[in-house]
Design a protein around this ligand. Structure first.
Ligand code: C2E
Ligand code: CA
Ligand code: CA
Ligand code: CA
Length: 277
């Protein structure tokens, strides 16, 4: 039998064993969480910069752990990605988001929803069929969902990823490029993706007020992306002054704590009723 990693590392790395065990336990619990409805989607509205009309919602997953309480996605999505559990998680999220948004659809909100997907989702062509099945099951138009992914995710396995994204886009699904302005994101690579929308990362947006160069980068990114035909979303807008800059730059839409934090479905329903009826 091949030595396992514990044996290879020897007795001097006991703390790594604990770490490994912890991750394994976490993964087991995450699997159970997905089966037992401990994962919930919170929603954050996407708004028109000028009118504050709701043009969509982004679904953001949280784990309501029975003993540890609310666990943010950054603490378990990477584990779901490494283990492959992400495929099941993403399909669950798409399904749930459609059901949830249908239940709060009203005059002020059309039911359009954005779901975050990972490299591992789009690197399988079967994902396209899986998404189609969900849309059919709920008789929902492909145009009413946005799938958000980073450029890095699309680059991990570009051949298959671009093929599956193209198939999704041809179906009518909106492709959205997340976290633009971080990492290796570039407008020239962007052109290879069948994207409708580009989301400017909140690290850039948060600096508009304090940094002239950040403001220039945001303004130029908006102009270039719009000239290339993409819709623009500014993420992480936390104050009115930043929204004013975005108006000036002709940015289309925004999300941020300024107007609404991500909230559970019931609270989003209340928020819509309070502000838009
Ligand atoms: P993201 O897709 O870039 O989501 C935006 C994050 O910014 C969310 O964090 C949101 O709560 C936060 N945010 C929104 N407005 C503001 C603001 O005004 N100020 C600040 N400081 N933050 C703001 P969250 O919900 O913790 O999600 C973190 C990341 O986890 C997401 O980043 C996304 O990459 C990932 N994630 C969340 N849900 C899912 C999911 O269902 N599937 C996958 N694959 N990833 C997900
Ligand atoms: Ca996102
Ligand atoms: Ca983002
Ligand atoms: Ca992110």
């Amino acid at each position: 039998e091949a030595p396992n990693s514990k044996e290879m590392m020897g007795v001097f790395h006991e703390e790594l064993d604990i770490y490994d065990e912890d991750r394994l336990t976490l993964l087991t619990h995450l699997r159970e969480a997905l089966d037992q409805e401990q994962l919930v989607l919170y929603y954050q509205p996407k708004l028109n910069v000028n009118s504050n009309q709701v043009v969509g919602m982004e679904a953001l997953v949280r784990w309501i752990h029975p003993t540890r309480g609310l666990i943010p996605p950054d603490e378990f999505i990477p584990l779901a990605e490494e283990s492959g559990l992400i495929n099941q998680l993403t399909l669950w999220a798409i399904d749930r988001a459609i059901v949830d948004m249908n239940s709060i659809k009203q005059a002020a909100y059309s039911g359009t929803v954005s779901i975050n997907v990972s490299a591992r989702d789009i690197s399988k062509m079967s994902f396209v069929e899986d998404v189609k099945k969900i849309l059919n099951r709920h008789s929902v138009a492909a145009e009413s969902i946005y799938l958000e992914l980073t450029e890095t995710a699309a680059m991990e396995d570009p051949k298959v990823s671009i093929a599956s994204l193209t198939a999704l886009a041809e179906m009518g699904v909106n492709i959205s490029v997340d976290d633009f302005g971080t990492g290796y994101s570039s407008l020239s690579y962007l052109q290879r993706l069948p994207a409708k929308e580009v989301k400017l990362d909140r690290s850039l947006i948060g600096e508009i007020r304090s940094s002239d160069s950040a403001a220039i980068i945001v303004k130029a990114s908006i102009n270039m992306a719009q000239a290339l035909g993409y819709a623009i979303v500014a993420e992480g807008v936390e104050d009115e002054e930043t929204r004013e800059y975005l108006k000036e730059y002709n940015c289309d839409t925004y999300q941020g704590f300024l107007t609404c934090r991500p909230l559970p479905l019931d609270d989003i329903r209340k928020w819509l009723n309070k502000n838009y009826s």
